[in-house]
Each structure stands twice: as structure tokens, then as C-alpha cells.
Design a protein around this ligand. Structure first.
Ligand SMILES: C[S@@+](CC[C@H](N)C(=O)[O-])C[C@H]1O[C@@H](n2cnc3c(N)ncnc32)[C@H](O)[C@@H]1O
Length: 341
């Protein structure tokens, strides 16, 4: 398997972990089941990790959409089989434009699932399906290599008609770490140079120079997947610095243990009832090796967007939307350090 194929395969892991957690009731997502088959049941710490990751990104993106009163654009880079667009449709919270970007092989598969599922394609207005790309009134998919920033910007600004003067959020959920550090820096810098008023949300590894981090890196390397961008994952400071050195004017970062503690606690208490967790310390150790970083430029409106006090936010997490779809799973557990893409 080539390095790029190994990187692409991390999308299968992420999608199946999300499906597992949704099935157990961690959050509601009626759409993930259309992109990935039911797989093994994951350990509670993995399910809680995905819960914290998905909830944190959802809270930041919802705050961005709310402060811009939906007059905004969102670009999900390395989106994989992400389903946020469909869930935002159900919550009547869609931005003016949403774009999902990934390698051609992933976008081709995603378009195939969208085309073949009424529940997905009925949410698109005037869709035009191509092999690797899809364009509709407010949702686009484009196949692109994030390491080629010129080609990416051309696709975004010409084929998806993104307006560089509009507030635009970029999401990288466990993506930048798979790119060479120099390429992810170029990407973050090009986004800042192209979009005047922009917000960035990034989820990935942190504290990777300690023993636990080294084991994570070794496990992935043995599976043919190297974390080429890991030098930015040394600390919360290195995570913030990568933005502040590339044209972003403010940046903040929290490890996932602190994120978990600052999420709306009524919902955290609800999910903690779903499964017994044997070892809180192992979960805490795992959570201290992931973080969410957010950055902005061009508008002071974005300074209010944060996860630091998200327990007091009144945003609807939409976890209680009834999920009428259920699926089956087995009881086998997967290795914790390996299942965290
Ligand atoms: C761990 S998966 C995460 C998928 C999705 N963001 C999520 O969290 O569910 C990483 C994704 O980044 C994509 N990716 C990594 N490097 C990329 C690149 N150079 N160009 C396009 N996509 C890339 C992979 O194909 C994969 O879909």
C-alpha cells in the first residue's frame, strides 16, 4: 500500500468509529450509515474521544455560522465521508456554501453514495454529478490534493464560485498531520492570503514527543502510515504558532481533556451513562494527545468563538434529534492507540 493509500484509508477508520459511536447513542447522525457499513464496536474511550471531537468541531462551526448569520462559506479540507452538511440542513443551519474536499478516490466514492441514496441527494438543489466532483446550489464536493494549493484554490474559487471576500471557515479534522509539515504550512498560509475574513478549525495530535506519542507514531508507521506533519504536534504552542506565523491574527488551542471538561456538561453526563469506562486515567492520557486549534483573521466577530466556555453555550447540539435508524455491531474491541484517526 502506498503512503497516500494508507492516508486515504484513515477515512474508513474515522467513518466506522463515528458510525459505532452514533449507533450507541453518543450523538445523532442519521446520515453516517449511508457511507460506511456497521463494523466492530469500539472501546468506550474511543467512543468518548469521537464524541468530544465531533461535538467540539460542531460547536465551533455552529458559532461561526451563527456570528455570520449564515452569510458565510465553509470548506472542509480532507472531509472524507463527513456528514455535517446534511445534519446542518436538518437543523436549518446551512451556510451559503459548503464544500467538501478530499483525494479523488474518496470524493468519487462519496459521490457514488450520495447519488445512490435518496436521503442524501434529496437535500441537494440542482446537483451536477461528475466523477470526482459534484456541484449544486449550496453544496460542492471537489477532488483535490491539499499539497497542491494552487490547484485547490483554483477549484474553490472558480468551480465552486467561492467569494474570497465572504467570511469563510476551513476545517481540517485529523488531516494536516498526514501532510508534510511544509505542505500544511503552505496550505494554511495560502488560505490566509486568499480569504480576507477567515476562520480555521483544526483537530489533530499533540504532545507527540512524549513516550505515549512515540508509541502512537510507531503503531501507525507499522501500518504503513507515517505522520509526516508531526513536527507541528509537539505542543499547544506549536499548534498555535503554525497559524500565527502564516497570516492568522489570533489563535487558540485546547487539548481534548480540557475540551471534554468544557463541553456542555448535561450532555457529557448523558453520554457517560451509555457505557462503563474502566480506566479514566487511560482515557485522560489519550485525550491529552489530541487537541482542537482555532484561528481567525479579518474580523473581530470571530474573537468570541471559542471552546473555552462552551459548557455555557446555548447552542443546540442536536443530539436529541431522534435517530430512527439502527444497525448491528459486534462486541470485539480494537486497540485504543491504533483507532484514533
Ligand atoms: C483521518 S481522515 C479524516 C476524515 C474526516 N476529516 C473525519 O474526521 O472524519 C483524513 C482524511 O484526510 C484526507 N487527506 C489527507 N491528506 C490529504 C491530501 N494531501 N489531499 C486530500 N485529502 C487528504 C484523507 O484522504 C482522509 O480522508
Amino acid at each position: 500500500m502506498s503512503q497516500d493509500e494508507a492516508v486515504r484509508s484513515t477515512n474508513d477508520d474515522a467513518a466506522s468509529c463515528k458510525r459505532s459511536a452514533v449507533h450507541l447513542g453518543y450523538w445523532t447522525d442519521p446520515y453516517v450509515q449511508y457511507f460506511v457499513r456497521a463494523g466492530d464496536r469500539k472501546p468506550p474511550e474511543i467512543n468518548r474521544g469521537y464524541y468530544a471531537r465531533v461535538t467540539a468541531i460542531k460547536l465551533l462551526v455552529q458559532q461561526f455560522i451563527q456570528v455570520t448569520q449564515r452569510q458565510c462559506q465553509v470548506v472542509n479540507l480532507g472531509a472524507g465521508f463527513d456528514t455535517q452538511y446534511w445534519n446542518l440542513c436538518d437543523d436549518v443551519m446551512t451556510p451559503s456554501v459548503w464544500v467538501d474536499v478530499d483525494f479523488d478516490a474518496i470524493t468519487t466514492a462519496k459521490i457514488h453514495y450520495i447519488k445512490s441514496r435518496k436521503q442524501l441527494n434529496e437535500k441537494l438543489v440542482s446537483p451536477v454529478y461528475m466523477r470526482t466532483d459534484l456541484h449544486s446550489a449550496s453544496y460542492h464536493i471537489v477532488g483535490a490534493d491539499l499539497r497542491d494549493t494552487d490547484a485547490l484554490m483554483t477549484k474553490l474559487c472558480t468551480e465552486c464560485d467561492l467569494d474570497c471576500t465572504q467570511p469563510t471557515a476551513f476545517i481540517t479534522e485529523c488531516v494536516l498531520v498526514y501532510m508534510p509539515a511544509i505542505a500544511s504550512q503552505q496550505l494554511i498560509k495560502t488560505v490566509a492570503q486568499t480569504f480576507n475574513t477567515a476562520f480555521f478549525v483544526s483537530y489533530e495530535q499533540v504532545n507527540m514527543k512524549d513516550r505515549f506519542g512515540e508509541v502512537m507514531i510507531d503503531n501507525l508507521r507499522q501500518r504503513g502510515c507515517s505522520l509526516s506533519g508531526v513536527e507541528h504536534c509537539t505542543s499547544l504552542d506549536t499548534q498555535r504558532a503554525r497559524f500565527l506565523s502564516t497570516g492568522w491574527t489570533s489563535s487558540d488551542s485546547l487539548n481534548m481533556l480540557d475540551v471534554y471538561k468544557s463541553l456542555p456538561q448535561t450532555d457529557v453526563q448523558r453520554i457517560e451513562q451509555l457505557e462503563m469506562l474502566d480506566d479514566y486515567d487511560s482515557m485522560a492520557q489519550l485525550f491529552e494527545h489530541y487537541c482542537v486549534t482555532w484561528a481567525s483573521r479579518g474580523s473581530s466577530l470571530f474573537h468570541s468563538i471559542s471552546l473555552r466556555h462552551s459548557h455555557v453555550l446555548s447552542h443546540s447540539l442536536s443530539h436529541n434529534r431522534s435517530d430512527s435508524h439502527s444497525d448491528s455491531h459486534s462486541d470485539s474491541h480494537t486497540n485504543v492507540i491504533d483507532s484514533t484517526h
